[in-house]
Structures are given as structure tokens and as C-alpha cells.
Design a protein around this ligand. Sequence first.
Ligand code: SF4
Length: 439
Amino acid sequence: MSTFHIWTLGCQMNQADSLKLAAGLERLGYRAVEEDDAADVVVINTCSVRQHAEDRAYSRLGMLNKRRTEGAQQKIVVMGCMVGPKTDALRKRFPYVDVWARPQEFDGILSMAAEARDVSDGELGALLDGGGMRNTYGLPTGPTAYVPVIHGCDKFCTYCIVPLRRGREESRPAADILDEVRFLAGHGVREITLLGQTVEAYGHDLPDRPDLATLFEGIDAIDGIARVRFLTSYPKDMTDRIIDAVADQPKVCEYFNIPVQSGSDSMLERMRRGYTVAEFEERVERIRSRMPGAAIVTDVIVGCPGETDAEFQATVDLLNRIQFDTVHVAAYSPRPGTFASRNLADDVPMTVKKERLQVVEAIHRESSDRINRALLNRTVEVLVERNEEGRASGRTRRGQIVHFDTRGSVGELVDVTVSQVTAWSLQGHLAGDLTLAVL
Ligand code: SF4
């Protein structure tokens, strides 16, 4: 039997694409293998958001080429965000790559794989279903699964490569999404995360203009699904209707991942984020007024072109005011092809970027530690995601990781009393079960 190996870099969207591609390859008679040296087809699903991720892909390609010069017969595929306008240069640099495929462009990979196994055109055509394997879904690997609902991004923030690589926003029909969720529920999935680069933009390009709230209602009626999450939010797209739906639909977790990126209006303008700090704070207030216990997570970029001490201080002030549950922070690095890389000087010295990173990380640790400490001796609902010999882990509705002892099975919802916390995770024991207390 032919074999494949997919190495996935980057975000949840890439993970979802890899699962879908794996499902397609399995339909063609291929089997997944853990090690790439045992695979007939090796796929690198790439990320371009940071140079570091691209460098990792280049180094893996070098290794695959070395193996090929030593006689290996593997087919090599590069897919994902590295494949775009720069592909001609990449083709010259890596002439041994067999297929280059942009995000969600599965057809070329599957055609190559079908040819290698003499799969008939009819079988291949049925799988591709008019392009993109519309009705082929990746088998879940546990009780949680990602479901892309909108691809691409129309926002064009000046520093960001995503719209150039993933294209314009394109929503999937609601019926297809609900079919996929039913399929996943039928294979044991309890928690669904709806994905989009700007997930609240979902539906604006569809004829009947459904939105995330429409999807929440549809999923509410699907047996087996206990929780719904959604990623990543864009403040300007987050309507009152969506916030209200999160508050009112019991399956939807009160968890918001809303990147603010900067706490300075002038910096936000240079980033072309499309909102002011006051508008962002108004959205947070609206969420907290409807759901006082909601978890709010954000992303911040430090050291963007021209970021002054005062602009950075405005970010620090915002973080202190809002007290996010988690702050993901990154230092700016120019991505070739973006507006910022062409027009704005990368003029904040690396030493300053590093200092600013440390300041934001310290604020994050402090606020997340304080939020987690408030849970000591309280009971939280956890979805068991792993259980190895009674030592289990899972997440709360607010997204915190919990480690605990349980006889419960993967996929079960259990109540856990928290007995120890750090800024990163919680530990505890099943509520009412003192014989299993960890501490
Ligand atoms: S909203 Fe901005 S940062 Fe997010 S994917 Fe779109 S362009 Fe990139």
C-alpha cells in the first residue's frame, strides 16, 4: 500500500487543511505513516506568518532533497501559505518539489497521488467533487475538531501576509458546514471550533447572508456536540447579534479570541486595523456586560514600524485596563510583499523589540496567574481530551488547560475541583472524589 506523511506548520486553518488532505489521500488508498522516511508522498503544509516558519520548511526541503539524491523515490509536495506569488522563485530554488499547492488547493496533489496508484479518472473526479473535495471531511483525531467556515481575508492589515496568500474572504455554504459537523459528531467529536481568519465575517458573501449566530443555531440541534468555539475574531465584524448569540446559546463557550495588536490609535492606523482603541474597548465592554465571566484572549505585535515609546506605553496601559485572560505577543518582522515591508521602515531596534516583548509577557503572566488563582477550590466543567492510565487533561469552557486524575473517558464532560494553579494551567481532582485528589 502507498503511504503519506503530512508535516503541518502554522495555524489551526492549516491543521484543518491537513486533515482534509489526509482524508482525500486515504480515499485514494494511501495510508498515513508517522515518519516521513517511510512515506511515498511527503507533504509540507507551510506557514508564512513568520520568517522562522518558512526557514523550518526550507530546512526540511533540504533534508528531503538529500534523501532523494541518495536514491529515495519520494514525491515531495509543498502546500499552504508559502505558495503564492513567489512560487516561481521557489520553483527555481527547489526544482525537486513535485507539486506546489496554495491553501485548499488539493486537486493537484490528489491528481498526482491518483496517477501514482493508477486510480481511474472517474474515481478521482468523484473524490474532487467539482474541486476542493467539497464533501470529503477529515476524520477527527480526538473529541475536538476544527471546522473552517470562511477562507481568506479582505482586511489587508499592512503587516500581514495572509490576504496575499489565502486570497479574498469566501464563506462555505451553511449546509456544507452543518453536514461536516454532523459527520464529526457521528465520529465522537464533542467540541467544534469554527475557524476563519476573521470568523465573524462569515456569510457576508453568501446569498442569504447567514452569520455565525445562524451556524450556532444549526449546531445547537446536532446531537453529540456539547461545545462550540470560534476563532479568530476581528473587532469590527463582531456584531451585537453575535455577542448575544454567544451569551444565549448554551453550547457556545464564552471564550473570545480578539486580537487588538496595539493600544495606540496612531499605531493602529499605520497597521490599518480599521478600528480605534475606544471602539475595541466598547466591544469588550459589550461582551462583559452580557457575560461577566467570559474569557477574552488577545494578540499584540510589538516593534511595528515607527512604534514610539509612547505608543508602546499606550499598549501597556490598555493591557492593564482590560486584563485579558491571555496575551499572545510577537515582535514585528517584515513579510516580503506586504504593504509594510514595501513602504514602512523596520526601524525599531531588535533590543527594543525584545524589551517590549518581555514587558507584555510579564503583564500576561501576572493577569493570567491572578485569573487562574481565583479558581482555586472552585469546580469547573472539563472536556476530557486525553486520558493515559487515569491521568487526564482537557479544557474548561474558558479554554484553560486542566490536568487531573479520572476514570472518565476521552470525550466525557466532568466536573473538576481546582486544587493548584499556575499562569499556564490548572490541576485538580474530580469534584466530590477525594480518593483521586492529586495533591
Ligand atoms: S485581519 Fe489583518 S491580521 Fe488578520 S488575517 Fe486579515 S490581514 Fe491578517
